[in-house]
Write a protein that binds this ligand. Sequence first.
Ligand code: NAD
Length: 255
Amino acid sequence: MAAPATGRLSGKSALITGGASGIGLSIAQAFADEGARVFLFDRDLAAAEAAAERLPNAVAFEGDVTSRGDLARAYDGVIAAHGALDIVLVNAGVSQNQPTLEMSDADWQRVMDINCTGAFLTAQEAGRRMVAQGRGVILMMASLYGVLAAPERLGYCVSKAGVVMMAKALAVEWAAHGVRVNALAPGYVETPFLSDLIARGRLDPARLKARTPIGRLISPQEVARGAVFLAEDASDAITGHVLGIDGGWSAYGYI
Ligand SMILES: NC(=O)c1ccc[n+]([C@@H]2O[C@H](COP(=O)([O-])OP(=O)(O)OC[C@H]3O[C@@H](n4cnc5c(N)ncnc54)[C@H](O)[C@@H]3O)[C@@H](O)[C@H]2O)c1
């Protein structure tokens, strides 16, 4: 059962890239439940608008995280509507799952463009506005596979390792300007992203559960609770941290 909301993000604006689906949407819901005004940024405008209709006072923006112009327009829209850009969740991402020897240049480029360059553009455009404000919170969606390696996921692992280091590097660069940057590193989360990999026979859910010390997949709501904590003022002293939400997966070293 979801914990009752207590207004931990009251009065704040929060823009979420990839906010139309999966983990991003779940975090948008949790931020809205805690009193934030939510702005969903997604390349799928129809899905973002449908999601925004279900959240109080939410706004949908069509945009691609590989476009600096799309991001700048959306951030300026948030500031025009709300007065400040308080929280940005750098979340849009794609999976990549194939033997490295079969990867084309285009396969590599696609995952790096969206997961890594997209994260850079999203964070840099947010940072420009937050440093000028003298405050702000950036949350970067990394992954268990930004910290540990998996076979046949080279581009994904490298892109998410880049996101982990981006969060740390930006945290130390912008701390003096009042801007905090942290990363979330979820394990296997029950989302359309995961269902797609399971449907294509790329993942076996029974094996995933058996490998996870808590014995089950992670729910998007559990990731959202971690995001709320890192977004709220109660975590003001936490920056440059990578919060694993993986049911113990990354701690497990037995057979
Ligand atoms: N599902 C998991 O198990 C899991 C685990 C760890 C990390 N993650 C990460 O969490 C993030 C979200 O994953 P999800 O499972 O919710 O995925 P999802 O596919 O359900 O949602 C991703 C959203 O991002 C949007 N998007 C994709 N590319 C975009 C682009 N270039 N510009 C703008 N929007 C774009 C999609 O339209 C979609 O709405 C990703 O960064 C993913 O790598 C997922």
